[in-house]
Ligand binder design. Structure first.
Ligand SMILES: [Fe+2]
Length: 135
């Protein structure tokens, strides 16, 4: 699985891109730990870290979209909520069976690639390139 950052993941908004880079970094860390078969306690901790970061990033991205009155905010929020729901299911399974960690790593990377290249570009041109956080 190739978890390196690629130019096609860039959506062109500095804050969203930097949050996406951290998110991919956490996916990469989780993937390599799952592949090395680290203990379930550590894997669970990293799952929780991933979940919290995804939750933060979605809240942050949705805030930006809300500030510009993006017309499909509800639809985009649903995609984010669905991912969080899937992650919660994976996290529960991992505490029971660490084999699920490999499956979760693969699912997450697939979701990340699809979301950044197919879904986020739909809203990105609505956003000004700067935000109070980028100044
Ligand atoms: Fe998004």
């Amino acid at each position: 699985m190739d978890t390196r950052w690629k130019p096609e993941y860039e959506v062109g908004h500095p804050r969203i891109d930097s949050e996406h880079q951290v998110f991919l970094d956490l996916i990469e860390q989780f993937t390599s730990e799952a592949a090395r078969g680290v203990d379930a306690k550590r894997l669970s901790r990293h799952c929780a870290e991933l979940y919290k970061y995804a939750d933060f990033h979605f809240f942050s991205e949705e805030g930006l979209l809300e500030s510009v009155g993006y017309n499909d905010l509800e639809g985009h929020k649903r995609l984010h909520a669905d991912l969080l729901k899937s992650l919660r299911i994976f996290i529960e399974s991992i505490s029971i069976d660490s084999i699920m960690a490999d499956e979760m790593a693969e699912f997450l990377l697939g979701w990340f690639v699809n979301h950044t290249t197919a879904e986020d570009p739909k809203h990105i041109h609505f956003l000004p390139k700067t935000s109070p956080y980028n100044r």
